[in-house]
Design a protein around this ligand. Structure first.
Ligand SMILES: *Cc1c(COP(=O)(O)O)cnc(C)c1O
Length: 378
């Protein structure tokens, strides 16, 4: 089954007595048992719920994993994931991670005795020299947020070899439609399903997908023990969102390429970060490990005044945090997504007061360009 078909049909339940085409919302906290020692397969909705199980099966199929767990948000997924580790464990993490992941690692994981070493994971020798006997995982985000640096997933796997180190990939930006990290060697894939998977800026969700049944079982255990699970109604919304993932990703990417090319012609724009531009340093690597480039663009305005002008003057494009929905959003990383990152660290990574990030939506590209043109001014 092709991916775009799997988005719609991967978890169809043929045993369903009513013939319902859409998954029912099983809004039930608990499930009655037929008799002593028997279960319908469902006991209590924190452990499992049929609507949540349905979306977990779809995401498992799309990522080519052995199993998936659905959470109330991407951060709930990452928080649960971090419970795989014990005090003293070292984790190598991409230095340009989503700000919320950095906050979690620095404020919570560190308190729990886990040592996080931030490395530019696009630099393979740097990762190699950071691995120690205590390294238990390499956590990468690719392309990164917001600087669009790309990590070679298969090269990370090759570095790990047969060592007992989990390769974890946050695949939120490319989605399984464009990239399947498990096929490239990842052990666990994380998602903020709030973004492209749901796709409509209307629900939070998160996923962990495991390569092996053993790892999937361990994650299900932690999910049930910790309890940050996806509600039945939100599971229904994510299922519905995923049905149109393929056409949304294609259209958003098509728009993003046009916008990135147009930004290049703008004298008030001094730098553009989009992996789909052939001059991007990781264009070739992206083509090698992914089927597309996605629709996230960062760019630098010539001055802080120009940056503020753009944020204040766009009308169609909404000035809002988040990404991956049908609406085009513009973000100011310095005050929004990356406000929790210490200033020195932020500046070292190029996240300054002139940097803006666009999550390109699926509107007519002419309308997005018209809005940007008016906001940037001549
Ligand atoms: C948004 C995001 C998260 C966190 O997900 P929430 O659903 O907001 O909790 C994690 N990683 C990346 C790359 C994200 O964009």
């Amino acid at each position: 089954m092709k991916l775009e078909t799997a988005c719609i049909h991967a978890a169809r339940d043929k045993s369903h007595s009513t013939g319902a085409v859409a998954v029912p919302i099983y809004q039930s906290a608990t499930f009655a048992h037929p008799c002593v020692g028997q279960s319908t397969g469902y006991d209590y909705s924190r452990t499992q719920n049929p609507t949540r199980e349905h979306v977990e099966k779809i995401v498992t199929a799309l990522e080519g994993g052995a199993g998936a767990c659905a959470f109330a948000s991407g951060m709930a997924a990452i928080a649960t994931l971090m419970e795989l580790f014990v005090p003293g464990d070292e984790i190598i993490a991409t230095d340009d991670l989503y700000g919320g992941s950095i906050r979690y690692f620095n404020e919570i994981s560190v308190k729990n005795g886990i040592i996080i070493r931030y490395i530019d994971t696009s630099d393979i020798p740097a990762v190699k020299s950071a691995i120690t006997d205590a390294t238990k995982a390499i956590f990468i985000e690719t392309p990164t947020n917001p600087m669009m640096k790309v990590t070679d997933i298969a090269a990370m796997k090759a570095l790990i070899g047969d060592r007992d180190i989990l390769l974890i990939v946050d695949n939120t930006f490319l989605t399984p439609y464009f990239c399947n990290p498990i096929a490239l060697g990842a052990d666990i894939v994380t998602h903020s399903g709030t973004k492209y998977l749901s796709g409509h800026n209307d629900t939070l969700s998160g996923f962990l997908v495991a390569k092996t049944p053993e790892l999937a079982e361990r994650l299900h255990y932690l999910k049930n023990a910790i309890g940050g699970v996806l509600s039945p109604f939100d599971a229904f919304l994510v299922t519905r969102g995923i049905k149109t993932l393929a056409i949304r990703m294609e259209k958003a990417q098509q728009n993003a390429l046009v916008i990135a090319q147009w930004l290049k012609t703008q004298p008030k724009v001094t730098a553009i970060y989009y992996t789909g531009l052939p001059e991007h340093p990781s264009y070739a690597l992206t083509r090698q490990q992914a089927r597309g480039f996605g629709a996230m663009i960062s760019f630098s305005a010539g001055s802080v005044e120009i940056a503020h002008n753009i944020l204040n003057k766009t009308e169609l494009i909404l000035y809002a945090e988040s990404l991956g929905g049908v609406e085009t959003l513009i973000t100011y990383p310095i005050t929004q997504t990356h406000a929790a990152v210490p200033e020195a660290e932020r500046l070292a990574r190029g996240i300054d007061d002139r940097l803006l990030r666009l999550s390109v939506g699926i509107e007519a590209v002419e309308d997005i360009l018209c809005d940007l043109e008016r906001a940037i001014g001549r």
